[in-house]
Design a protein around this ligand. Structure first.
Ligand SMILES: [Zn+2]
Length: 491
């Protein structure tokens, strides 16, 4: 993927890959063949499972417990008949052999809240609350975070552990799971993904052989989320899933909890007013209303991007930005990944009426200066997907699709009611071809087509699409040949 050289992030989020693979969840002797150990709850207590089956789910609350008040006292869960049970409310755990005290989380409250926000993101699609406040007598799943595995009687290299229903893959109501955070270290992403992993076992999920899913042992592939696809089960190589031929962790959790509802977040621009004439030193004052606010993503004229935090963030446009209409795309995101989006515009100085009013390598679109075709991802530049374009819009003419790699052109939104500058020479403000009369996202400045190839805006770049189409065809032909050879080699 192309680097966005014009991006100016104000917030740098460290996304370190889990340094220690979850593969060391355990390596106890008796489970060496599986490479892990999640202790099985004895099956001879049908009421436990019956409640799991009938109350689907038994609760919509997950409690992340830092054991802050001098540690968590956890007792061996045993009912009157001597069967092992789980009860997060009473502190009963079925997978320990004697009463234990899990020490407090030592990596700080700020870090703990970041972990909670990350776990909320991972469980974002599903209607389940992630809280750091003790739900008391209300049914909940409880994830303890503190200490070393030895504090709970596990082998020294066990990073986390959870009860798991190997036979039915059902959620275990009120289950207690553990992350041994002194052993794991203070990396927020690792601790977050480990918590999601262990909670996943309590909720009935097996190990998935897919690095992007939290139920994996694999690491170093970016942030994890429950994948909506049928995955093989396994730790480092495929094996049969305990329940079913494959596992779709997203679908399983969606069946248990349903989809998360509610907007979750609202966004308001307090100043300046929509459509206002502003001076060069103006700033955008925003207000976010949310129980779990996370961030506001600001994009200005498809070229300046910034991520803001807090409930009253301010965006200051870069000092060197061109005069003209300033079109903002604002996205407020809460910790569960719910979004509130809006567009907003003001005019600094006068609207541009042509590219001569704009900076080098910029074009004028409806009074605003935007990156042109000579800029990677700018208006008229070649693309294969939306992500290749600064405006996140790659227009692909369905008549021009080549193999599975269509030739596209980056476009800009237009027809927004701004100044009458409309689109630059060589572009028309139309509904995208193939997107229907309504267009997928309104009208765009679309490169007028000449025969087989698209025509880029005027000037020296006019012939560019013709030039690059030929090597593209050649490259596609070469690639098709090499992938066929590769397939034969593996067979
Ligand atoms: Zn596991």
């Amino acid at each position: 993927m192309r680097a966005r050289t014009l991006v100016k992030p104000a917030l740098v989020v460290a996304l370190a890959s889990p340094a220690t693979a979850l593969a060391s969840e355990t390596s106890s002797e008796e489970d060496a063949d599986r490479g892990y150990k999640t202790v099985r709850v004895p099956y001879e207590h049908p009421e436990l499972w019956l409640s799991a089956l009938t109350a689907s789910p038994p609760s919509r609350v997950i409690y992340l417990d830092g054991c802050w008040d001098g540690g968590c006292d956890i007792d061996v869960g045993t009912d009157d008949s001597g069967n092992r049970i789980e009860d997060a409310r009473e502190g009963f755990s079925s997978i320990i052999d004697e009463p234990v005290v899990i020490p407090s989380f030592t990596h700080g409250e700020e870090s703990f809240e970041e972990i909670a926000a990350c776990v909320r993101r991972i469980f974002g699609p599903f209607d389940v609350e992630i809280t750091t406040e003790d739900p008391g007598d209300d049914p909940h799943w409880r994830h303890l975070m503190g200490g070393y595995p030895s504090d709970a009687g596990f082998d020294a290299n066990v990073m986390g552990v959870s009860p798991y229903d190997f036979e039915g893959c059902r959620a275990i109501p009120n289950a207690i799971s553990y992350s041994f955070t002194e052993l794991v270290g203070d990396d927020v992403t690792t601790l977050c993904e480990l918590a999601a992993h262990e909670l996943g076992h309590s909720l009935g999920l097996d190990h998935a052989l897919e690095c992007r899913d939290p139920m994996t042992y694999l690491s170093a592939c970016g942030p994890k989320s429950f994948q909506d696809e049928a995955l093989e089960c396994g730790e480092s190589s495929p094996r049969s899933c305990y329940c079913g031929e494959s596992q779709n962790s997203h679908e399983i959790l969606m069946t248990k909890f349903g989809e998360r509802a509610g907007p979750g977040v609202e966004l308001e621009v307090l100043a300046p007013a929509e459509g206002a004439q502003v001076d060069a030193d103006y700033a955008l004052e925003l207000e976010v209303t949310s129980e779990f606010p996370d961030r506001v993503e600001v994009t200005l004229n498809s070229q300046y991007r910034e991520v803001l935090e807090g409930s009253s963030p301010t965006f200051v446009p870069p000092a060197d930005i061109s005069d003209g209409v300033h079109l903002y795309e604002l996205v407020a995101v809460d910790q569960y990944d719910r979004r509130a989006e809006q567009t907003f515009s003001v005019t600094q100085g006068a609207p541009c009426s042509g590219s001569s009013d704009c900076g080098d390598a910029e074009e004028c679109v409806e009074g605003r200066c935007v990156p042109g075709a000579s800029v990677d991802g700018g208006l008229g530049a070649e693309c294969a997907a939306d992500d290749d374009c600064l405006a996140d819009r790659c227009s692909i003419d369905p008549d021009q699709e080549l193999d599975d790699s269509p030739a596209g052109v980056c476009v800009e939104p237009c027809g927004l009611g701004g100044a009458d500058g409309e689109c630059p020479s060589g572009f028309s403000c139309i509904h995208e071809p193939g997107a229907g009369d309504e267009g997928a996202g309104g009208r765009v400045c679309y490169a007028e087509r000449g025969g087989f190839c698209s025509v880029a805006p005027g000037g020296s770049t006019g012939a560019a699409p013709v030039v690059w189409l030929v090597p593209l065809l050649f490259w596609l032909a070469m690639r098709a040949g090499s992938s066929r050879r590769g397939a034969r080699g593996r067979a």
